[in-house]
Design a protein around this ligand. Sequence first.
Ligand code: NI
Length: 182
Amino acid sequence: MKPTTSIDTPALFITAVAKDRLPVFRTDKLKTITCAAIDEARHSGQFLLFAYVIMPDHLHLLTTSPHRPSKVVQLIKGIISRRVIGYLKDHELQSSLQKLQHEAWKRNHRYSLWQHHSDVFLVTSESTFMQKVNYLHLNPIRAELSERATDYRWSSARSWSRCPTEDEPLQVDIDKIIWRRS
Ligand code: NI
């Protein structure tokens, strides 16, 4: 098996931003749904998830790329969108749905969860990989949502610090990383 991060097998640093930067993921319930959706995408797309953080209005993920990067992003964003919008519909949260409504309907999709533009960065070195892991885990501190990275429930910071709780929202595949150094 090839190392996880190399020119041939880059990791993907993905940033997905909610439409109009709405705080779609503000509540614990929506963050829980989003974690389950990421897990679902990981299994159906057969990629590994190395690190993540879910912020109120965006999320960052570090994954492998068994398919074209755009396909991985599309899969993740698609599943999260279906699950979140499904939840809002089931609970008749009309005011939230209205904010996600398209100006013009496209392809029968009435609502959109995401900002159109999405950001994928190909990570091809271990130093960049670790930079992205750290950057991602510092998000809640920069946003003043927690004082320490490991205090923020919705990230892989505890898993990387080897102090996971018994009920981590999402398991990450740290043990499957094949480091080239060492
Ligand atoms: Ni961020």
